[in-house]
Ligand binder design. Structure first.
Ligand code: UD1
Ligand code: CA
Length: 474
């Protein structure tokens, strides 16, 4: 976010501060923790997307990310965001309270401040909305969870037992034996009235077991100032689970994928094993779609009605139109598969491939930037690159378009109803005319006229009286 002043203060309805300065030592990685991908998207991007979806209904929001390590990489991610995001660098990690202090110049006093963690990726918009609603403009809201094992986390201390008013949060290391027995924990996600937040942060000290400026100390300050403290609870514990290690990252990845599979099942998609599906982007499916095990979908993938996706397919930024069947082990990237087409097993469709209806692409066939009209077939072992192929064309086994001379690429055009015999090379630029037949083994370097047989093979000869050599005796 830049320094431009908001003219109408009522336009800003929420400040969002995302804490992301932690080292992430346990990730054992050079990549800053919040940039590790979950479902193909950096952890921080998950948090930003959720924040945006929560705040979009509340008018303009100001978002500020507190970063520490890997500033350039974090900035690069933020530059890709649809909305401007401010950043503040926390030079030394002196605690969560100190982290939020870095954002203070960015915060608009007229709206409450929502504090999120960049390494807690799966909080739902519904839970944050519930928290914002509970806090309103003048209360302090805490997202809390009751969990069997609260070890290591801040405990919610309530006056007179579990249903009393919240009086403060105590960190594990500062807690008494009795406080450690409390199972209600602080998720870390808070909503705070901004004017008071600024005041309370100014009063923080680091006289505690860890020598840190604890953000959580503002809760007791709110109580002392007569500001009501409320709580909201997420629907599931994983919503507030953070990532500190690759083990935790893998656990959250599985939870996220299971949730996606669940949604697809509820929409009527037959997911043969919800444990063996990976969606890293946006997958939309029509009616009566079946997805077999081990498939990976990346980016934006659209699957039409009645499509069957066989086992172990990788499909990236592509559209598979109604009734198509993708047999196992294909890689399909930036391609369109036409209606009722049959692809694979073991086919590769590369960017720019557009197949019309009822096209058959079989095993070990690679198509790159090739447009294939209806009812054409390339069933075995072919390379089709930079080609325009008409309708009802038959491409034999082993056919190769020689599209590249080492410096430039050229197109091959094969017109309707042509038949290209096996093991032919089509040296582009070259055209096979309508209804032409190319004899097997032809190296086509000149256009083949329509309706005729063209063949470039030396004539077959048989040598009479020829005998095989015999092995010499030594
Ligand atoms: C904090 C809370 C604790 C809560 C727990 C939930 C405090 C004092 N304690 O614990 O009550 O149960 O989160 O996970 O707030 N960070 C910074 N700068 C810092 C310190 C932390 O940006 O100086 C960021 C981290 O990157 C992380 C988040 O703040 O995203 C929480 O930090 P972490 O050290 O994991 O939590 P605790 O302080 O132990
Ligand atoms: Ca800590």
């Amino acid at each position: 976010m830049n320094d431009a002043k908001v003219v109408n203060p009522n336009m800003v309805n929420a400040n969002v501060v995302i804490l992301a300065a932690g080292m992430g030592k346990r990730m054992q990685s050079d990549l800053p923790k919040v940039l590790h991908p979950l479902a193909g998207k950096p952890l921080l991007a998950h948090v930003l997307d959720t924040a945006r979806s929560v705040c979009s209904g509340r008018g303009l929001s100001k978002v500020c990310v507190i970063y520490g390590h890997g500033g350039a990489a974090v900035q690069a991610l933020l530059a890709q965001q649809p909305q401007a995001v401010a950043t503040a660098r926390q030079e030394q990690q002196l605690g969560t309270g100190h982290a939020v202090m870095q954002a203070l110049p960015e915060l608009d006093d007229n709206a409450p401040t929502l504090i999120l963690y960049g390494d807690v990726p799966l909080t739902t918009a519904a839970s944050l909305q519930a928290l914002l609603a509970a806090a309103g403009n003048d209360k302090l809201g805490i997202l809390t969870v009751v969990q069997d094992d609260p070890t290591g986390l801040g405990r919610i201390v309530r006056a007179g037992g579990p249903h009393g008013a919240i009086t403060r949060i105590v960190e594990q290391k500062d807690a008494t034996e009795a406080e450690r027995a409390i199972k209600e924990i602080n998720s870390g996600i808070l909503v705070v009235p901004t004017v008071q937040l600024k005041k309370w942060l100014g009063q923080l000290d680091n006289r505690n077991a860890q020598g840190e400026y604890y953000l959580t100390d503002i809760v007791a300050m709110a109580v002392a100032d007569g500001v009501e403290v409320v709580s909201a609870q997420p629907a599931a514990q994983w919503e507030v689970a953070g990532v500190n290690s690759k083990v935790q990252l893998a656990e959250l990845e599985r939870i996220h994928q299971r949730n996606i599979a669940q949604r697809l099942l509820e929409q009527g998609v037959t997911v043969l094993d919800p444990q063996r599906l990976d969606v890293r982007g946006e997958l939309t499916c029509g009616r009566d779609v079946t997805i077999d095990v081990g498939c990976v979908f990346e980016g934006k993938v659209e699957i039409g009605d009645g499509v069957h996706i066989g086992a172990h397919n990788v499909i990236v930024n592509s559209r598979i139109l109604a009734g198509a069947r993708i047999k196992p082990f294909c890689h399909i990237e930036e391609a369109v598969v036409g209606e009722v087409s049959v692809i694979g097993p073991y086919a590769r469709l590369r960017p720019g491939t557009v197949l019309a209806e009822d096209v058959h692409v079989g095993n070990f066939v690679e198509i790159k930037n090739g447009q294939v009209a209806a009812h054409s077939k390339a069933n075995h072992l072919a390379y089709i690159g930079d080609a325009t192929i008409g309708a009802r064309v038959n491409i034999g086994a082993g056919v190769i378009t020689c599209n590249y001379d080492g410096a430039n690429k050229f197109r091959t055009v094969i017109e309707d109803d042509a038949f290209v015999g096996s093991d032919s090379q089509l040296v582009a630029p070259v055209t096979v005319g309508q209804g032409a037949t190319i004899g097997a083994g032809t190296t086509l370097t000149k256009d083949a006229p329509a309706g005729k047989l063209t063949v470039s093979r030396p004539r077959q000869v048989t040598i009479e009286n020829w005998t095989r050599p015999v092995k010499l005796k030594k």
